[in-house]
Design a protein around this ligand. Structure first.
Ligand SMILES: [Zn+2]
Ligand SMILES: [Zn+2]
Length: 550
């Protein structure tokens, strides 16, 4: 027996534990490995094997040396997460390379190397086993994302190639990754700053942790066993990753930037990244994707979940062979996934599709629809139903109207039909579908009603062009208009006058207007509001006529 007998801590990984054991007994980690190996050669093909299946004789020897029970030691290996919580390790044999490939093929299998919570590690020097799992992204104690790689060497922590233990250990937790022939990265693992986890990522992480502890959960309010829950969450997150890394999906969310870079690095000539096999490295990207999947499963019914998934599917709407085919090639066809995808692709499920089938009687063209639907129409038909900021909600209504005029179109096409970037259509629809307070049927009815009263003789594309022209030729009109009003408007009110034209007359999307309409900072915005409030009626009429003149 070793003189100093340290026991494994709760949640501790076997390799970290052995390092603590060596340290407590003033041994080099290599000396401890030699002692443990004894007569028989421990299979050294992958240091990861130690964590999957250290072998009975190895475990017995550690137990003899430390007084730890074999149950305690078993809990330091990935067996703790076996039985589908979330890993399946059946059939693994350390001597059979093929069996290793098989368990890795289940997807989202721990890589060699670990993530860390630097604060937890600084507090108790325990390397948590759960940090190895890609489905784990967050420290629930510190409410932060995990650090996924060392700032010193840029690799995952504990990226061991031969021995599972770090050659150098110490209270500053040196990274220990191989840097050269006999040199190691000495960067302290404790010196990493991690970002707070967003609220939705935290809630998802809590649900995942619960399931990993065997707690049943629900998908669409139906009771689901923890292993099915974890598997389905992974399947749906995988699909969302594939969608988010499609060319048009890249700017769909604020967290997809890093993801796009990793996707580009992993894309080969033959195929894109295999997210189902190995998820992104970024804890934020994984956390956010899992959270998007979790939010879909939290819906009351599969139909409601499908409504949330539908805007994601926009990016593959015009894929050769159809979206269904595309999804089949990238998703595990589990029962839940099949139901969800079928519902999302079914014509009747998503608001956009429903609008497509509106019977449109008045023959009006896209030009009659402004970027932002008229305030009066919006208040009359949609007030309080869309839950977004009024600008976004008005844009969404305009997109719905555009889709109604072009059956079979997508949100992206609806946006470009109004002269807006197509990605804005996808983003707006996605945001709106998450906040909508009414059923798609009801929305479709209201869109239809609004369409029926839309004045057919307007041309907003011409108004937009005209405002842009006026912004480029201010010498033609500004001075004249300014002096024609009593009292005259101030000379520095030019940008506000152009903004007023863009917003009030062209009803244009703020970010698409002439440069001088961009409101940089709240002061600028306040000044505009003052200008708008104090604009005399005759001055407004004069400005308006500049755009509407025949
Ligand atoms: Zn922590
Ligand atoms: Zn390092």
């Amino acid at each position: 027996m070793l003189p100093s007998r340290v026991l494994p801590a709760s949640g501790e990984a076997l390799d970290g534990y052995l390092e603590r054991l060596a340290d407590a007994n003033a041994l080099q980690t290599s000396q401890l490995i030699t002692m443990l190996r004894g007569e028989d050669e421990f299979p050294r093909r992958s240091p990861l094997f130690l964590l999957i299946e250290p072998g009975d004789s190895y475990v017995t020897r550690i137990a003899e040396m430390t007084g730890a029970t074999t149950e305690m030691l078993d809990a330091t290996t990935l067996n703790r997460f076996g039985g589908g919580l979330p890993l399946r390790l059946d059939g693994f044999d350390p001597l059979d390379r093929h069996s290793f490939r098989q368990i890795v093929a289940q997807g989202w299998f721990p890589n060699t190397g670990s993530q860390i919570c630097p604060q937890c590690l600084a507090h108790d020097h325990i390397w948590q086993l759960s940090w190895r799992l890609p489905i784990v992204t967050t420290c629930l104690i510190h409410k932060t994302l995990l650090a996924e790689s060392c700032r010193g060497c840029g690799e995952r922590f504990r990226l061991r190639r031969y021995s599972p233990l770090r050659p150098v250990i110490g209270p500053d937790e040196p990274c220990g990754n191989q840097a050269g022939l006999r040199t190691y990265c000495r960067h302290s693992a404790l010196e990493h700053v991690v970002a707070p986890a967003p609220q939705d990522v935290l809630e998802t992480a809590a649900a995942i942790a619960g399931a990993m502890n065997g707690r049943p959960n629900t998908i669409f309010r139906e009771p689901t066993s923890p292993h099915t829950y974890l598997a389905e969450l992974r399947h749906l997150a995988t699909l969302l990753l594939h969608l988010a890394t499609m060319p048009r999906g890249a700017d769909c969310s604020d967290w997809t930037e890093q993801l796009a870079a990793e996707a580009a690095a992993r894309r080969t000539e033959l195929r894109g990244p295999r997210w189902g096999f190995s998820p992104p490295r970024s804890a934020l990207a994984r956390g956010k994707t899992l959270s998007a999947a979790w939010q879909i499963f939290e819906q009351e019914t599969v139909e409601r979940g499908a409504e949330r998934l539908a805007p994601w599917l926009e990016v593959i709407a015009d894929t050769p062979g159809g979206p269904s085919n595309w999804i089949d090639n990238r998703t595990t066809r589990s029962p839940t996934m099949r139901r969800l995808v079928a519902a999302a692709l079914a014509d009747r499920r998503c608001a956009g599709r429903r609008i497509d089938y509106l019977h449109c009687t008045n023959s009006i063209s896209l030009q009659t629809i402004p970027h932002l639907i008229d305030v009066e129409l919006f208040r009359k038909f949609f007030e309080g139903t869309l839950g977004s900021y009024e600008w976004t909600a008005r844009l969404y209504v305009s997109l719905c109207l555009a889709r109604a005029l072009r059956p079979g179109s997508t949100w992206a096409q609806a946006a470009s039909g109004l002269g807006l970037p197509s990605i804005l259509g996808v983003r707006t629809a996605r945001a709106a579908s998450q906040r909508m307070h009414i059923a798609p049927d009801e929305l479709a009815r209201r869109v239809s009603a609004a369409l029926a009263v839309l004045p057919p003789d307007r041309n907003y594309r011409r108004r937009e062009r005209r405002v842009t022209w006026l912004a480029d030729h201010t010498d033609v009109w500004f001075e004249r208009w300014r002096m024609s009003v009593s009292p005259p408007r101030r000379a520095d009110s030019l940008p506000y006058a152009i903004t007023w034209l863009w917003w009030e007359v062209a009803q244009g999307w703020p970010a698409s207007g002439p440069a001088s309409t961009i409101m940089a900072g709240p002061r600028r915005s306040d000044s505009y509001q003052t200008f708008r409030r104090r604009l005399p009626r005759e001055a407004a009429v004069g400005l308006r006529s500049l755009v509407l003149m025949p």
